[in-house]
Design a protein around this ligand. Sequence first.
Ligand code: NAP
Length: 300
Amino acid sequence: MLSKKEIKIGIIGLGLIGGSLAKVLANSGYPVYGVAHSDNTLKKATELEIFHEVSQQIEILEGCSVIFIATPINTIDLIFKKLAGTLKSPCIVTDVASIKAEIVQLAEKTFDPDRICFIAGHPMAGTEDKGTDAAFPDLFKGARWVLCPADNKRKAQINLLSDIISDTGAIVVYCNPQIHDLAVALISHMPLMVSMGLIESVNSQEDFVLKENAFYLAASGYRDTTRIAGGNARLTFDMLNYNKKNVLKALDIFEKSLKNLRETLDKPEEDQLEKYEEISDIRKGLYSDSGNNIFRGLSG
Ligand code: NAP
């Protein structure tokens, strides 16, 4: 079995996710090789002094055991092609994008599976911030990290990747790419739309006094329900457009739920309270005080 020092990790994209991954894996004892995009990110990443090597050239990743791609979704196709044309020795490649079905298809089209073992991934962790400066090593602590292996034949590679991810403090879970994409539409991408809708509801008021008062009075409830609306516009665009089919499905589901809740308002007090308590109980069972998901499955 290889020691951590012998497992070279490559990371392409050194922003919030890639930078955080670099920090936690370097702290954990892995040699980390980083590929930056802009000169500014290259400078910032070099100043961190955590990388074995950091460069704008993908060629430095030759010989890495595992390569994480942590760049915006619209860059992944090109990066796959570059990796396929550059890497000579066998390695595991994974990504962190918030959509999976299309990425898995792209990988199948691009990589020779005898040379590059692609295992799609998605850490269920993030913040509204972006860039290397926003990265911190505890980002993944207690978070779930989805892996979507194409099949179960590559057990050794799946186990190695899973061990490395566990060293970030994340909990590895396995999921089918199509189920992943609809699930994240329901719990991440559609809620982003709803969160932006909450801002728009106030912002679209023509009555200046009402609009000004509403924003002026907005306290913790509005802060919590609109937090994700203040995020990275590039990622918002990518999530909504690359997963559009599922986002639209999830919006239909949400509109139906809202319609049902609206109808609840016409029901007697005890029926309303029963519904509100049911929803409150579900919410209370989802997260720990520290904010991590503690849901243990529908059968408990
Ligand atoms: P980010 O902070 O904006 O970082 C993206 C990084 O990618 C930047 O450092 C950018 O470099 C770099 N980059 C862009 N094009 C590149 C290229 N061609 N080659 C190498 N690097 C390139 O965004 P992020 O939040 O880390 O998101 C990265 C990925 O993580 C996305 O696929 C997203 O879906 C996924 N993700 C994000 C979250 C979240 O909450 N943020 C959660 C889970 C997964 P420059 O700044 O130098 O241009």
